[in-house]
Design a protein around this ligand. Structure first.
Ligand SMILES: [Zn+2]
Length: 70
């Protein structure tokens, strides 16, 4: 199993709770684990700069003009 954060070419994020590949971390955490991003950060000792959206999602957002969250 690869260490988290080493696979820079991956288009997905990997949940540290369950190892699932996903695009939107916050929604997954809430639905699957009942966690907020803050909970997740604290639990896994993640400092600022946590990536919460996959690169694929960012690309999609740019091309499909998905509205930004305020
Ligand atoms: Zn998960």
């Amino acid at each position: 199993m690869k260490p988290q954060g080493q696979d820079r070419s991956s288009a997905f994020l990997v949940c540290r709770e369950c190892g699932e590949k996903l695009h939107l971390l916050s929604r997954h955490l809430k639905l699957r684990h009942g966690l907020t991003l803050d909970d997740y950060r604290r639990k896994h000792s993640i400092a600022h700069g946590l990536q919460t959206r996959s690169r694929a999602y960012e690309t999609l957002r740019q091309t499909a003009a998905i509205p930004r969250r305020a």
